[in-house]
Ligand binder design. Structure first.
Ligand SMILES: [Zn+2]
Length: 466
């Protein structure tokens, strides 16, 4: 099956050009002007006039079906990846979890079993490491070889997943040998737990105290600590869900001294704030995630970081819980509110809206942030993250002028609210293709179910010293 996409502007991280795209089977065959006039034919032709043809976006931070606090993230592999596709995302990397006392492999196998035959788009896995010991360090080598080369460690959550500095250092040293990449959830969990206890003792149980118990300075501190450990270990480091200017400043400073420190932020930190956590009644629970939403004045610093290249990517940390029945578990005690927000469907449009439409950066930088750099950092480039002969035909025809209003009434995520309810954004995907198969056309699902395949990923494509 050959498909021609004609009359569009092909936008990649490297530039924008008027060109037609020939898709042959699952891959891009040609990206050149005037293909029909030159006699190139196909079984199907799609007119992209007035619109952009961009690489399918990549969300490197999702948590489908994650068990948490006696419940589980509401989106399944099927519903979450379907919602992703509606929003122009054609690849996800989800987090498998090592149980304390269990093996890394068992965690990966559990996620593979959940995803297989259910995921609508291609997927890779990271593994969350909660128990660094001789056995799990040895397993890291095997997982790198098996296409799971990325390991998330935590400086937060002492009760469940936190690693101490020695454990993080040991994992980083192992990554120095096997080529893996260590990702860090950077908040000072021990100090945060002490602050939480203080606030609970004072009767401060409302959702906003979740945010006030996790100050930005303790994200900055843990970010610096993780970067310093990586410097001593001689490895790059990737900071997940960076939320504050305090942490950004640590990444920026490290990069200026030549350290390969990379970081993602998330749409919630660009558009939402501590004010949302402080909404009246219990509504703030809809906005409980960790790190927490920050005072509004952090947002512009994060946008500046994206524009300047100090932040490399935007991922979602998609981990949705219904307001009714799930977030409500924490009525009267913010500690029991499941941490996590929905966002997988809206990320691409939100970054376009706040970045490109607002004039903060151009469309090429937008593509870089949501697709190309994630592909490079996570071992998928140039198969994913760009439009070039030989790359997978993961393509989005994007209408950068169309406006739409975000609402739980119309989204496809399996969750009963939207963090962005009523927000009108500029930019929307008209057609979404994964490996040559059209999944979404004009807001309607037209693709096969369970189309996604597991992606064995290589170690980061960026030079180790980049
Ligand atoms: Zn996460």
């Amino acid at each position: 099956m050959r498909t021609l996409i004609v009359n569009g502007t092909v936008v990649t991280a490297d530039g924008s050009v008027r060109a037609d795209v020939l898709v042959d089977g699952e891959q891009v065959a040609l990206v050149e002007p005037d293909l029909p006039a030159r006699g190139v034919t196909a079984e199907a032709t799609v007119d992209a006039a007035g619109r952009w043809v961009v690489p399918g976006a990549i969300d490197v931070h999702t948590h489908f079906e994650l068990p948490l606090g006696g419940t589980a993230a509401k989106d399944t592999w099927a519903t979450g990846t379907t919602a992703a596709a509606f929003g122009g995302t054609t690849t996800v990397i989800d987090f498998a979890a090592q149980q304390r006392g269990g093996s890394l492999r068992a965690g990966v196998d559990a996620s593979l079993a959940q995803a297989e035959g259910r995921a609508a788009i291609d997927y890779g896995l990271h593994i969350m490491v909660s128990d660094v010991n001789d056995a799990s360090l040895a397993e890291m080598d095997l997982l790198v070889a098996d296409g799971v080369p990325t390991f998330k460690l935590f400086t937060a959550y002492p009760e469940t997943t936190m690693s101490d500095d020695g454990a993080i250092y040991r994992a980083m040293r192992r990554a120095a040998v096997n080529g893996g990449l260590v990702m860090i959830h950077a908040e000072n969990g021990l100090a945060i737990d002490a602050i939480v206890a203080e606030n609970i003792a004072l009767g401060r149980t409302e959702p906003v105290w979740h945010g006030r118990s996790r100050p930005a300075v303790l994200e900055g501190e843990a970010t610096n600590r993780a970067i310093r450990l990586a410097e001593v270990a001689g490895v790059p480091v990737y900071i997940v869900h960076l939320s504050s200017r305090d942490a950004l400043e640590e990444v920026r400073t490290a990069r200026r001294r030549g350290t390969p420190a990379w970081a993602e932020t998330c749409p919630q930190y660009l558009f939402l704030s501590l004010d949302d956590l402080d909404r009246p009644g219990f509504e703030g629970a809809k906005f409980v995630c960790s790190p927490p939403l920050r005072p509004r004045d952090h947002q512009e610093d994060l946008w500046d970081g994206l524009a300047a290249g100090d932040l490399q990517a935007v991922a979602t940390d998609h981990c949705p819980f219904d307001f009714h029945g799930q977030k409500e578990l924490g009525r009267g005690d913010f500690r029991r509110i499941p941490n996590g927000l929905p966002g997988i469907e809206d990320r691409v449009d939100l970054v376009h809206h706040g970045g490109v439409a607002a004039g903060r950066f151009g469309p090429e930088r937008w593509v870089d942030i949501v697709a190309t750099t994630p592909a490079k950092l996570f071992g998928l480039y140039p198969r994913k993250g760009t439009i070039a002969p030989g790359s997978d035909a993961d393509l989005v025809i994007y209408d950068h002028a169309r406006r739409r209003t975000i609402s739980a009434a119309t989204h496809h995520m399996n969750v009963d609210y939207s963090c962005y309810e009523g927000l009108e954004v500029q930019g929307a995907a008209d057609l979404v293709m994964s490996r040559g198969a059209v999944l979404v056309r004009d807001g309607t699902w037209v693709g096969p179910a369970g189309h996604g395949r597991f992606l064995r990923r290589a170690p980061a494509t960026f030079a180790r010293g980049a």
